[in-house]
Write a protein that binds this ligand. Structure first.
Ligand SMILES: [Zn+2]
Length: 307
């Protein structure tokens, strides 16, 4: 899936709440700006969610700042961050970035530059939405249900595939660079978005660059409400039984999806993520059930598994 953003008119109609996202593109294409705009279009925090965020902040190093009451957090730790900084730790355990990003966005820029071991500790909380830190003397559990938004260059120099042709990286160098992110972590990402440099935002050929942020936000809020009314949680939080129940496909689409998954070598986890994303696309479309277009769009956001 490619995204062109030549101007600064970033209206994130493609941004789907609770779905993890990876931007790939050359430097200077606004990947960081796209990510930082995200909390502004997400649904407002409920009272309960605001209380949860305040509780985490109150035991953090920085403490609670009422200025941030009920705002969705946007945390952007540097790629040199340690695993303790990211997931929490210390002799008297304190929450890390993933808990400070609870119900908000965790932005990891320059994803391949993070220490691989540090990234691997994200896998479990990305599934469970919480993190348990146990030390000899004590034990702590913090919430950690965050939307991961990551960004990376396509190669070490950053210009692989760029029209300028200035990339001289060898295919080995490109593979090694991309290989710094493990398959299981990639499995947990729902949207792979390439950010290029032309003039207008285009997704699937449907340009919606003129849409205002508030209109986008309204659509996201509406889709969010539909999800909570139907199943009590956002689609991104559905477990296997919930996926089966709420993201069901008709026989024709089961065959279509089966063929696509086989061709792309998708793992069972990746398949579940595609179905959840298709459900969200259907909700944004106010559709009762997932149809082939929703499914095809969700598959289009997926990157084939590496061999
Ligand atoms: Zn390069």
């Amino acid at each position: 899936m490619a995204l062109d953003c030549g101007d600064q008119n970033f209206h994130l109609h493609f941004t789907l709440f609770e779905h993890n996202l990876l931007f790939t593109g050359p430097p200077g294409t606004g990947k960081t700006m796209l990510a930082s705009r995200l909390p502004g279009i997400l649904p407002p925090l409920s009272h309960e969610e605001a209380l949860d965020a305040a509780k985490v902040a109150s035991v953090s190093q920085a403490g609670l700042d009422m200025k941030h009451w009920a705002t969705r957090s946007f945390r952007a730790p540097h790629h040199t961050a340690s695993s303790a900084a990211l997931v929490g730790g210390g002799s008297r355990p304190r929450p890390g970035e993933i808990s400070l990003a609870h119900n908000g966005v965790l932005f990891l820029d320059e994803l391949p530059e993070f220490n691989r071991d540090v990234l691997e500790v994200l896998r479990e909380p990305m599934e469970s939405g919480r993190i348990i830190i146990s030390r000899a003397a004590c034990f702590a559990e913090f919430p950690a249900r965050f939307q991961l938004v990551a960004a990376m260059n396509p190669c070490p120099c950053g210009y692989h595939g760029d029209r300028s042709g200035r990339c001289l990286c060898t295919s080995d160098q490109v593979q090694r660079y991309r290989g710094k992110i493990s398959g299981p972590l990639l499995d947990r990402i729902d949207l792979f978005v390439e950010v290029a440099r032309p003039k207008q935002i285009v997704i699937n050929g449907k340009g919606r660059a003129g849409e205002s942020s508030s209109a986008v936000r309204q659509r996201v809020i509406r889709a969010h409400r539909i999800q909570f009314k139907r199943q009590g949680v956002a689609n991104g939080q559905l477990e296997s039984a919930g996926v089966e129940r709420h993201c069901g496909l008709n026989t024709q689409n089961v065959t279509f999806f089966g063929q696509a998954a086989e061709q792309m070598n998708l793992s069972p986890r990746a398949c579940q993520r595609v179905l959840k994303l298709a459900r969200t696309i259907a909700d944004l479309d106010r559709a009762e059930s997932v149809n082939q277009n929703h499914l095809a769009e969700a598959i289009g956001f997926r990157q084939p598994a590496r061999h």
